[in-house]
Design a protein around this ligand. Structure first.
Ligand code: MN3
Length: 192
């Protein structure tokens, strides 16, 4: 397969002031792009070069897994946000959140808490696991793809995702993600 970085689903300035153009420039052009470059280098001359990204993630370990999973996780993260996002979902996803967490407020608190408590680098996710919604976190490049879970939304909690705009205040970044950025349309499409 020929791997190229997927374009961002919006302009780099589109999430400002919540995430600035500087953050998206560093995060997409430097970090995400580096994972893609490293993936291509790791694939050179290997049979996995013929596989899809998902196949590589499910079969690989070490640097090949890390870079492939980080490419996938970041594509998923960009789609998990949108300009004028945030707030509560509607429709079937809203019903499922109420069913599995009690209320949106309960879900919101638990998602933010899990994301803030994830030690060091990683990701916070809303997933479908065994027919129920669940909040999970993963370390480094780990991804629900390898755990039999269906990802609906993710928040990148590596420091590079928020340090330019929020410095050490991960909780403030999470509040902004949930109240101003999260793309429930994307989550609902994944939930279908
Ligand atoms: Mn990142």
């Amino acid at each position: 397969m020929k791997f190229e970085l997927e374009p961002l689903p919006y302009a780099k300035s589109a999430l400002a002031p919540h995430l600035t153009e500087e953050t998206l420039s560093f995060h997409y052009d430097k970090h995400h792009n580096a994972y893609m470059t490293n993936l291509k280098n790791a694939l050179a001359g290997k049979p996995e070069a013929e596989q899809t990204l998902e196949q590589i993630i499910k079969g690989a370990s070490g640097p090949l897994f890390n870079n492939a999973a980080q490419v996938w996780n970041h594509d998923f993260y960009w789609k998990s946000m949108k300009p004028n996002g945030g707030g509560e979902p509607t429709g079937a996803l809203a019903d499922a959140i109420k069913r599995d967490f009690g209320s949106y407020a309960e879900f919101r608190g638990k998602f933010a808490e899990a994301a803030v408590k994830q030690f060091a680098s990683g990701w916070a996710w809303l997933v479908v696991d065994g027919g129920k919604l669940a909040i999970t976190t993963t370390s480094n490049a780990e991804t629900p793809l390898t755990k039999g879970q269906k990802a609906l939304i993710t928040c990148d909690v590596w420091e590079h995702a928020y340090y330019i705009d929020y410095r050490n205040l991960r909780a403030k970044y999470l509040d902004t993600f949930l109240d101003k950025l999260v793309n429930w349309d994307f989550a609902a499409a994944n939930f279908k």
